[in-house]
Design a protein around this ligand. Structure first.
Ligand code: ATP
Length: 251
């Protein structure tokens, strides 16, 4: 088991954003987190990465408790994420944006053995090559020298994924990666996430595009007003009366 979320509750003052939520993710799965606006999905990502500290409960990554670790330590362990709102450096090139993600990997120590044996120049060259490979992977190889702000919206979203991958995650958290994408961009995103899965990276995805979620995910948890409404395969979720009533029926 890669991730175990155990009885997580998060309260913000009088608001209970998550109520006693538990689920587990297996190695190599694409796992979906869905539910209406305000259901608590992003708060769950924030708890996993400890950007907000859970009020109650524990989270384990590869069997190790990560609940109280600093966010950068959690990155070091191998969990990386993208955000609902794009967070690129607009006046840096696509390549530079990815290299920034790689630098966090160096500072996280994943490259420590390389740092010991290679000069800073060699290290930078290695990082550049790796970043170029990642840009090819997400279909932006030709655009590596473009400023991030000049890329189309769907391209910026894929650049964010490349930057997250530069930190060498074994678990990638994607927060609404298809938001604002047209059909072709969403199809490309589907292919990209499948490719990421085939590289042995486990994926946890928040997404409102139900056609994408149902095609992509192995298993899904549905949140509603901070509570877990259902968990199951896409088939089970699509046929679950409570889910249809609370969420799917209103799409
Ligand atoms: P969406 O699909 O709209 O992104 P979501 O399912 O990701 O929604 P969250 O953003 O996790 O929902 O919000 C869950 C609840 O927690 C909401 O009522 C929200 O207002 C509240 N909330 C989230 N973060 C904070 C915060 N930092 N302070 C106070 N309340 C918060």
């Amino acid at each position: 088991m890669v991730l175990e979320v155990k009885n997580i509750t998060k309260r913000f003052g009088g608001i209970t954003a998550l109520k006693n939520i538990s689920f587990t993710i297996q190695q190599g799965e694409i796992y979906g987190l869905i539910g209406p606006n305000g259901a608590g999905k992003t708060t769950m990502f924030n708890c996993i990465t400890n950007i907000v500290e859970p009020t109650e409960g524990e989270i384990f990554f590869n069997g190790e408790k990560i609940t109280k670790l600093k966010p950068y330590k959690i990155t070091e362990k191998g969990i990386c994420r993208t955000y609902q709102n794009i967070r690129l450096f607009p006046q840096m090139t696509a390549l530079q944006n990815v290299m920034v993600g790689g630098h966090s990997r160096i500072s996280a120590g994943v490259f420590r053995s390389v740092i010991r044996t290679k000069s800073q120049k060699q290290e930078e060259k290695l990082l550049k090559e790796k970043s170029e490979e990642l840009l090819e992977l997400v279909g932006l190889g030709q655009l590596k020298d473009q400023f991030a702000e000049n890329l189309a919206y769907g391209q910026q979203r894929r650049l964010e994924i490349a930057r997250a991958l530069a930190s060498n995650p074994t678990l990638l958290l994607l927060d609404e990666p298809a938001a604002g994408m047209n059909e072709t961009e969403t199809d490309n995103l589907f292919d990209l996430i499948k490719k990421i899965q085939s590289m042995g990276i486990t994926v946890l995805i928040i997404e409102h595009d139900m056609s994408l979620v149902m095609r992509l995910c192995d298993r899904i948890t549905v949140l509603n007003f901070g509570e877990k409404l259902a968990e199951g395969t896409p088939d089970e979720i699509q046929n679950n009366e409570a889910v249809i009533e609370a969420y799917l029926g209103k799409e």
